[in-house]
Ligand binder design. Structure first.
Ligand code: AMP
Length: 499
């Protein structure tokens, strides 16, 4: 579709929308009209091309905390024709080095305090705010790569999902319509920007609708609660809703009243990236008057399914109906299409074309043009889809972030004192999956496998959300006759008793 067309995404972000829109940093109060920010981004894009030779198809790391600098740098990179590799700002140097190497980036835009995480082979450029005037050269096309988001899978290290300008235009257009986003909206943004949810579903969609954005550097319940009265739209993961309802319970009566009034006045509150427990949806309804609009998506496909905007038509426990440009099918173990249970497969213009530099992984993720999500689903009355779980117990979701148990195990196995390890996700009210490492120490080295030293060791090698929250030392791992670790048995043993 529209292969030679100019990037509709950029036209939308910079031209048609955003006339009166602004972005404000929640922590500092710094605020800029989007039009001014975009003009500065143009000048920065010209500088990236002129001084650093940035060109089409080149991948550039973006390692900047959420805020005006991030958005300006992001737009500048898109305008220069580069594809943005959005890096997690809390990752240790080892993970940043992996992203740089795997993506082939030779340049990084990095905030001053984060520059030292970037490997020496990559040139670091600080985020720049240049006076408007200069403009980037060349045409950015719909078919050009725009964004590379690293995501964990069932094999090996994280893979870079490549989203083109056309993919992002399709994703943002579908959500704008489905959720009726407009220049009247103010989005309270409190999600990380290395993840699809934060960068595309929330930020890019809001900006493309001409909405304004209140942007938090990180999620803090008190700050979000006190800023809610200024917002019309809130997008979050279940962990954030859980922490907000816990925060509400601690408030004095007058503060609680203010939070409730603000939550009730929201036009839209959405939840996704992990299953929203029914009990949590009900607690939010008690606070805000409606359950959050739950939707389903994935780094590789954007948002595929969404509950209706109209609160009375939302179905608790369901992830809703396919968005208009998304096709879905459910395939059972027999390979036949049905209403499930079976694997959910997705097709349409929002679906990525490839993993960066991984033809085999790309090939095995698609069948006959359908992307295989690995999520098990059923279609219920009225076409609403309910998710039953994932086909692999090695993919964990903690705080809305995806973690590969195998990746964490691989890192822990490098520790001298560890003989064997299994990483599992145990159901948890706040985190969804609580990441737990079950460790068999080498003889005489159990003390080195205690929780704190092991967590500290893991923190130096893994992003904080991947670091096991708990370490359990055992003498042996349960295995079946083939020697495979019985993770379901571990999860059963570690699960807190149901109340
Ligand atoms: P990610 O690529 O990190 O966005 O992770 C995508 C995965 O998150 C999906 O394959 C699902 O397993 C899970 N997911 C996303 N949204 C939901 C939801 N509303 N309910 C349950 N799981 C979800």
């Amino acid at each position: 579709m529209g292969d030679e067309r100019r990037s509709g995404l950029l036209t939308g972000l910079l031209g048609l929308a955003g006339e009166a829109a602004w972005i404000e940093e929640l922590e500092t109060g710094a605020r800029q009209p989007l039009s001014q920010l975009a003009a500065e981004a143009q000048a920065f894009a010209a500088e990236l091309q002129r001084a650093h030779g940035v060109g089409t198809a080149e991948r550039v790391l973006l390692l900047v905390p959420p805020g005006l600098d991030w958005v300006r740098s992001f737009l500048a990179l898109l305008l220069s024709g580069a594809a943005v590799v959005s890096a997690p700002i809390s990752a240790p140097a080892a993970e940043i080095a992996y992203l740089a190497e795997d993506s082939g980036a030779r340049l990084a835009i990095a905030a001053h305090e984060l520059g030292e995480l970037v490997p020496g082979s990559v040139r670091v450029v600080p985020p720049q705010r240049l006076a408007p005037g200069a403009r980037s050269e060349g045409e950015v096309l719909d078919r050009d790569d725009a964004l590379v988001l690293y995501t964990s899978g069932t094999t090996g290290k994280p893979k870079g999902a490549v989203l083109t300008h056309a993919n992002l235009a399709a994703q943002t257009a579908a959500l704008r319509e489905a959720w009726a986003l407009s220049p009247h909206d103010v989005l309270l943004h409190t999600l990380p920007l290395h993840h699809l949810h934060g960068v595309v579903v929330a930020l890019a969609t809001a900006l493309s609708a001409g909405a304004s954005v209140l942007m938090a550097r990180r999620f803090e319940p008190a700050r979000v609660a006190s800023s809610l009265p200024r917002a019309t739209v809130f997008m979050a993961v279940p962990t954030i809703y859980q922490r907000l309802v816990e925060h509400e319970a601690l408030l004095a009566d007058d503060e609680r009243g203010r939070l409730r009034a603000a939550a009730r006045a929201l036009r839209l509150a959405t939840s996704g990236s992990a299953a929203l427990p029914a009990s949590l949806a009900a607690r939010w309804r008690a606070l805000a008057g409606a359950i959050p609009l739950e939707r389903y998506g994935m780094t590789e496909i954007g948002i595929a399914l969404s509950n209706p905007l109209e609160a009375s038509r939302r179905r608790p426990g369901s992830v809703g109906l396919p968005l208009p440009t998304v096709e879905i099918r459910i395939l059972g173990d027999d390979g036949l299409e049905s209403d499930g249970p079976g694997e959910l497969q997705v097709r349409g213009p929002s679906v990525m074309s490839r993993y960066l530099g991984r033809e085999d992984a790309t090939r095995s993720s698609f069948r006959d043009g359908w992307f295989l999500t690995g999520d098990i689903a059923v279609r219920e009355a009225g076409g609403f889809v309910r998710l039953l779980g994932r086909s692999s117990s090695d993919i964990l979701k903690t705080g809305g972030e995806k973690v590969s148990a195998l990746e964490v195990e691989e890192v822990l196995r490098e520790h001298d004192a560890i003989a064997e390890v299994a990483v599992v996700g145990v159901p948890d009210d706040t985190w969804g999956d609580r990441v737990i490492a079950v460790v068999v120490p080498r003889p005489g080295r159990a003390s080195e496998c205690a929780e704190e030293p092991l967590r500290a060791w893991a923190k130096a090698r893994l992003s904080p959300y991947k670091v096991p929250k708990q370490v359990v030392v055992v003498e042996a791992l349960p295995r079946n006759a083939m020697g495979k670790v019985l993770k379901s048995e571990l999860i059963r043993a570690l699960k807190p008793p149901t109340r």
